[in-house]
Design a protein around this ligand. Sequence first.
Ligand code: SF4
Ligand code: SF4
Length: 337
Amino acid sequence: MEYVRLGKTGLKVSAVSFGGIPIQRCTADEAAVIVDKLDEVGMNFIDTARGYTVSEEYLGAALKGRRDRFILATKSMVRDCEGMKKEVDVSLDKLQTDYIDLYQIHNIKTNDFDKVFGEDGAYRALEEARQEGKIGHIGITAHSSDDLKRIVESHAHQVESIMFPYNIVEIQGAETLKEARKSDIGVIAMKPLAGGNLEDWRLALRFVALSGVCDVSIPGMGSVEEVERNASVCCDLTPLTDAELEEIERLRKELGNQFCRRCGYCAPCTVGIDIPTSFVFANYLRKYGLADWAKERYAAMGAHASDCIACGVCEERCPYDLPIIDMMAKVAADFGK
Ligand code: SF4
Ligand code: SF4
């Protein structure tokens, strides 16, 4: 395993590390087996969030007795000081530890900055938690280029790490992230597989690792096999071949930038449509040989794209500003319901 320094946090983390979203779909026992595998392959950095339902809880139980072999990061969407203080304590409790290495302000958006960095904001709570020894470092996560720029231009002295989407089809943050690294801010690439849209995981992870833009990538993992395969990429840092560069160009043309990253922030849908899953099945419908499989599973869903009442609630929540209503109409047309 290769280890890298995560900017001014000074933490030495595995170059490919563990994203904790998919573990929500596992059982507690499966989560423990996955953590066994992380330990075995030396993948020492685990990222989770208060918002990932049972993720903190499962990881906390799985880390019992071996907490010191891992570097733990979590995050909260709470924006005020009192609320964030409580969130840190809840995270400590769920993760069954007395210390969290990196605590992040989760998914900051344009209208949140004044609140978060203001007198009674979440940032102050994290500073106090750091002074009290409850957390080691303060980080932030964002999804839009404008918000990323604002962090780097105005708050580089306050945050020690930034987590931002970076992958073959989402390179919009590249220049700003390079600036962040010049300020010695650790850069964590979220969604290195573009939310599962990039199936060639080796190419996707090699692209990020060789980009010079990020320190570490954190693909989400929900199985031992995924841990094994992602860990293996750390040993393959030879330059991208001409064939790989051609494939990167092909993927960029195929996916564009209007695709669902399956983050789930749009939920709940007003009429109960599982929005990201609808998009997954629609993608499979268009793939050779998978149409019947996709139709069968789509038909079994409780609500369908044709049920969309165009209320727009999901579009307000989507951090990628996807035109979900239009995309739903296309899914409905493709499946005929
Ligand atoms: S716009 Fe459609 S998909 Fe989005 S929340 Fe409303 S009903 Fe659901
Ligand atoms: S539609 Fe947007 S918010 Fe919903 S899962 Fe996809 S990327 Fe995330």
